[in-house]
Design a protein around this ligand. Structure first.
Ligand code: HEM
Length: 235
């Protein structure tokens, strides 16, 4: 415990925690996207997947608490590091170029906070049913007469509204900017970047970023374009 608080007291320790929690959150974003892409397979596939996740409450709540802890640590420590960097930035006569910072690095705080705002909106939309309560309350009746939440129709109805779809698209682009720069920083914080590996990591990071942006944007775009439509019987 003492060594943990000692580690978090140093900026190197905090950078390390931001990097590791960032990697874990990237893993969640990738896994979540792969699951959501079942939207393209239809109502049964996506609703079956959502029901499967909810059928294991202990696992679900364990994962949710872990995710919450990672998001909390990532946001708080990243904000602390940004404040320290700002305070350490030389004023007036200081040597120019001592602290390297690209426009993208400086925008990490802004894109990070906007993604946090998106996640809260996204939870209010599809998990808590606050913004679209009627869509969230929809159920699918199965052949044996049982029902399960109709997550497929809730997502499609949401994305049929250009404002909602537009908000998701903008959020995905911000996510791409954040992840794109974040991946480069992770390798640096973990001490894995050498002059020979830099190019490989840059390509890997860019590929992963584009995969996430294209995969996530494909869903609202497909609904807006009429490629994915509501099942029969859902107004
Ligand atoms: C087009 C893109 C996305 C779609 C279609 C989508 C869809 C969904 C759906 C349907 C749920 C609710 C699942 C349920 O309650 O059955 C959900 C939950 C969630 N989504 Fe997304 N999502 C998208 C992008 C994202 C992104 C980019 C993030 C993070 C940056 C994210 C984070 C979450 C979180 C944290 C939850 C709550 C999980 C839980 O604890 O139940 N989603 N998403």
């Amino acid at each position: 415990m003492t060594s943990l608080s000692h580690g978090l007291g140093s900026s190197v320790g905090r950078k390390l925690v931001v990097a590791v929690t960032g990697l874990a959150l990237l893993g969640f974003v990738l896994g979540h996207m792969v699951g959501n892409l079942q939207l393209f397979l239809g109502q049964d596939a996506l609703n079956g997947y959502a029901a499967l996740i909810k059928s294991k409450p202990a696992l679900l709540w364990g994962a949710r608490l872990g995710l919450l802890a990672f998001v909390g640590a990532h946001v708080v420590l990243a904000l602390e590091l940004a404040a320290e960097n700002k305070a350490a930035r030389p004023h007036g006569y200081a040597a120019p170029g001592r602290i390297q910072s690209t426009p993208n690095a400086r925008s990490m705080t802004l894109t990070g906070l906007m993604i946090l705002a998106f996640v809260i909106y996204h939870l209010a939309h599809l998990t808590w049913g606050v913004t679209h309560p009627a869509d969230h309350a929809l159920v699918q009746t199965l052949a044996d007469g049982t029902t399960r939440p109709d997550v497929f129709s809730a997502v499609v109805l949401g994305f049929q509204d250009p404002l909602v779809a537009g908000a998701y698209l903008v959020a995905m682009l911000l996510l791409g900017l954040h992840i794109g720069h974040g991946i480069q920083s992770v390798f640096q914080s973990l001490g894995l970047t050498t002059s020979s590996s830099r190019g490989t990591f840059a390509k890997l990071g860019a590929g992963l970023t584009w995969l996430i942006v294209i995969g996530n944007c494909a869903m609202p775009v497909a609904v807006l374009a009429g490629v994915i439509t509501l099942p029969e019987g859902v107004a």
